[in-house]
Ligand binder design. Structure first.
Ligand SMILES: N[C@@H](CCC(=O)N[C@@H](CS)C(=O)NCC(=O)O)C(=O)O
Length: 318
């Protein structure tokens, strides 16, 4: 058993026998007899959740045009943390009175491979939600990567991104922190703790340590200011909350006890403050396909949809 905090991140544990060779720290029993071949080969049946949508190549797998609604902004997304960032931002802009932020939110079912349709790939060549088309001008503009979408919308509407140079730098720093950090939480910790076909102590230890370090980074920042960027609520909070707020409330990966998330008191306080905003409550419902049917608005084409089109109200086909 390796003491947590001792293991060098550069240590590679492979080979057929138990491992004693770990940069100067205690040894652990190897959990795999896998030796990488000279050339990696795509094994489609590698198991684990999402194995059916993972591919080592990009580009479309099939022809499928995207639907286009009546609003200036067309969002193609799903209610995952990355998707929620954008729907919260759009609802916040609408709450401020920016009618130009009216949007149609279309559902992209990533488990069914919708992200590999030709229309979606033309909006995001990286085949991941969220993707946005701004059709308000003479030439449609595509924006992909949730951080880029938040900056685009903040600049377009002059909101949630401070204009003061120092405050703007702080806001963008935390936004980029989120974009760089969340893959360790989702693709690293979440994958190995919750989704991998078997538990690997080395991987779970490595990523649990990193996620706890990230929570501590946030907790210390939120001990010194109300919001991540400073005194104002900004796109930095909008980006971080769907990931680390959800983690802090035990809503992702069922890891609240394992990571002792209650101990991050400032993260808890900030999470509750952000969650209480009406626009956040609406934004997290859009494109959501799990949980209480009353919290799921699969597609959003009008503000009234929140009252009339949630899954508990949509008539089920007989
Ligand atoms: N860095 C991207 C990450 C987007 C992302 O990973 N999206 C996931 C859902 S949260 C996705 O679409 N996965 C589909 C796939 O990997 O095929 C962003 O922030 O927009």
């Amino acid at each position: 058993m390796i003491g947590r905090g001792d293991l060098s991140v550069n240590t590679v544990v492979v080979g057929p026998t138990s491992v004693e060779f770990i940069s100067g720290v205690s040894s652990m029993t190897n959990t795999t007899d896998y030796t990488p071949p000279k050339v990696w080969i795509w094994n489609k049946a590698n198991g684990g959740q999402f194995a059916n949508i993972n591919r080592p190549i990009s580009g479309p797998t099939h022809e499928k045009a995207l639907a286009v609604g009546r609003h200036p902004l067309q969002l193609y997304s799903l209610g995952t943390p990355n998707g929620v960032k954008v729907t919260v931002m759009l609802e916040e802009l609408l709450a401020l009175g920016h009618s130009g932020a009216e949007y149609d939110a279309w559902l992209i079912n990533i488990r069914e491979g919708d992200q590999f349709g030709s229309g979606f790939v033309s909006v995001n060549p990286n085949s991941k939600i969220p993707a946005l088309m701004d059709r308000s001008g003479p030439t449609p503009i595509r924006i992909f990567e949730s951080g880029a979408i938040l900056i685009y919308l903040a600049e377009k509407f002059g909101a949630f991104l401070p204009t003061d140079v120092a405050a703007r730098a702080e806001c963008l720093s935390w936004l980029m922190w989120q974009m760089g950090s969340a893959p360790y939480l989702g693709g690293g910790f979440g994958h190995f703790y919750a989704y991998a076909p078997f538990k690997i102590e080395y991987a779970i230890d490595r990523f649990a340590m990193e996620v706890k370090r990230q929570l501590d980074v946030l907790d210390r920042r939120l001990a010194e200011s109300d919001y991540l960027g400073g005194t104002e609520y900004t796109i930095a909070d909008i980006a971080v909350w769907p990931w680390y707020g959800a983690l802090a409330k035990g809503l992702v990966y069922d890891a609240a006890e394992f990571l002792q998330v209650d101990s991050y008191k400032n993260v808890q306080r900030w999470t509750d403050t952000v969650a209480a905003r009406p626009a956040v409550k609406r934004g997290r419902m859009v494109n959501r396909t799990y949980g209480d049917p009353a919290s799921q608005l699969h597609e959003r084409h009008d503000a009234s949809d929140f009252d009339t089109k949630t899954q508990d109200k949509v008539a089920r086909p007989k």
